[in-house]
Design a binder for this molecule. Structure first.
Ligand SMILES: CC(C)=CCC/C(C)=C/CC/C(C)=C/COP(=O)(O)OP(=O)(O)O
Length: 311
């Protein structure tokens, strides 16, 4: 029987730093010896003061002054980081706050995350904003989220795109989104089309199975119309029909999921084939710069083999 110590992917991680850097061959053993990382703050807080601390201007000012933490090596930085921003409702409920405030706090954490990823040299940040399955949530919450995406997209995110030179891509089935949000998605991509900085990819009404299904339909259509021969279909051709086609690094190097859940929840199923997975116990609204640095450092200690081996 496999001992837990040698499982290739740990069920949970502790990404507190080791006192000394680990050699690659020590890394996988190291992971299995860790337990869950620290938890977020407990007790009640004033949501307004909490949110105002993370104002966009404040984060930007700070971003200009901070250098790359010494534990991070620029040459080992993941090019594409994907994040499942989980735990917003639990964050709110544990503080006796309405669910909406959990999502609002997540919006602030996300802005900080985008700024920090850019600062550390990540080239693509993909976030799971709304899954194809999230429609089954209470109508009040779904309506709030749609309005919130629109509100943020027209204000803070617009500023972020312009100030930080971000490129933008939206994944997912747009046709089911409110028309105003569809228009906003297109206008945000248009606004950012000449930008040169980090790419922010927002997955909204997206799921991995949806992406694979729509790619399959498009390929089948091309075969039916004689544009493509069955024998010409291969992984590379298939990838060109996924919605991540056109993103310079389509497959995430690192996936971070917050809130202690250990699953990928139908996110980027094709693209995650060789992605390194990191799970944090913290709820997303509490995920901060120190967590990101710990996650990036943890990634840099992983040994990626892509099915091969080095011994
Ligand atoms: C694009 C944008 C502005 C995003 C801001 C962040 C945001 C509002 C994300 C919503 C995504 C979501 C459904 C999170 C999961 O928490 P949950 O509600 O499932 O929490 P739970 O796991 O505690 O139930």
């Amino acid at each position: 029987m496999l001992s837990l110590q040698y499982l290739p992917i740990p069920p949970t991680i502790n990404i507190r730093f080791a006192n000394k850097p680990l050699m690659p061959h020590e890394a996988s053993k190291h992971w299995a010896q860790q337990s869950r990382i620290r938890h977020g703050p407990t007790g009640s807080i004033n949501p307004n003061s909490y949110l105002s601390k993370l104002s966009l201007a404040g984060v930007s000012e700070c971003a200009d002054q901070v250098e790359l933490p010494e534990e991070l090596k620029p040459e080992l930085m993941p090019k594409h980081v994907a994040v499942i921003m989980d735990g917003n409702r639990r964050w709110a409920k544990s503080r006796g706050l309405p669910v909406q405030l959990g999502h609002r706090a997540a919006g602030q954490a996300l802005k900080q995350l985008a700024l920090n990823c850019k600062k550390f040299g990540v080239q693509v940040l993909t976030i799971f904003a709304f899954s194809s399955e999230n429609w089954v949530r209470p109508k009040e919450e779904v309506d709030f989220l749609m309005n919130f995406f629109e509100e943020v997209g027209k204000s803070d995110f617009k500023k972020l795109i312009l100030q930080e030179d971000l490129r933008v891509s939206i994944l997912g089935n747009r046709s089911q989104l409110p028309e105003s949000l569809q228009n906003l998605a297109s206008s945000s991509e248009e606004l950012a089309k000449s930008n040169k900085g980090m790419r922010l990819v927002v997955a909204c009404n997206y799921s991995g199975r949806y992406d694979i299904t729509q790619a399959t339909k498009n390929i089948a259509d091309k075969v039916r119309n004689g544009v493509l021969q069955v024998e010409d279909i291969n992984e590379s051709v298939f990838e060109q029909h996924l919605q991540t086609n056109g993103i310079e690094f389509p497959n995430p190097d690192l996936l971070i999921r917050t809130s202690g859940e250990l699953r990928v929840s139908n996110f980027m199923l094709w693209q995650l084939a060789y992605t390194e997975l990191l799970f944090f116990d913290k709820m997303f609204p509490d995920f901060d710069e120190a967590d990101l640095v710990e996650g990036l450092a943890a990634f840099q200690r992983r040994q990626r083999r892509f099915g091969g081996h080095k011994y």
